[in-house]
Design a protein. Sequence first.
Lengths: 111, 117
Amino acid sequence: DQQVKQNSPSLSVQEGRISILNCDYTNSMFDYFLWYKKYPAEGPTFLISISSIKDKNEDGRFTVFLNKSAKHLSLHIVPSQPGDSAVYFCAASAIDDKIIFGKGTRLHILP
Amino acid sequence: GAGVSQSPSNKVTEKGKDVELRCDPISGHTALYWYRQSLGQGLEFLIYFQGNSAPDKSGLPSDRFSAERTGGSVSTLTIQRTQQEDSAVYLCASSFLGRGLSTDTQYFGPGTRLTVL
């Protein structure tokens, strides 16, 4: 049973526009949510996170929104740049428990 | 290097053989994690080491999988009698404090791509 779901395997966005990556979760005990970015042949790198006590966290071009009632979070990248082309993993954890990762969404930024 | 390193980067083996994968975490990090990513799948948790505590082995898929962490630093993941379904990228990560603090960022190595023929 997938506790963290990324229903879009891939997404293509024009350079300069907004990229929106979505993630749904099922476990109401999750209290911390993360996004990781992965380039080919490299390990994932931490991008941004949000605690369940917040509904928005912003870091430069990256903003994560959390809707607890819908058990949904999204990552917004604006403006999108060529270097943003990568696989993005949504992840979640409950207190003192392991991080559960989604299957990832491959983002293509088009010139 | 300051990051997490893993070796080998690629490993091709025959079904039934044993393999050892190595992880060198970031110096000073007390927590170490192993994950695997099969084709088209997310990162699957395998095992977690935190300091001198007993490891959390709850993610190991079978008793053919084992891992050690010697001296609180280097870790080795061993897969015995490999099967084709073991083919995946095996990722190691380390963090400063471990799971007790949710905000403790995990830093990943580049992974070992294992192919079992």
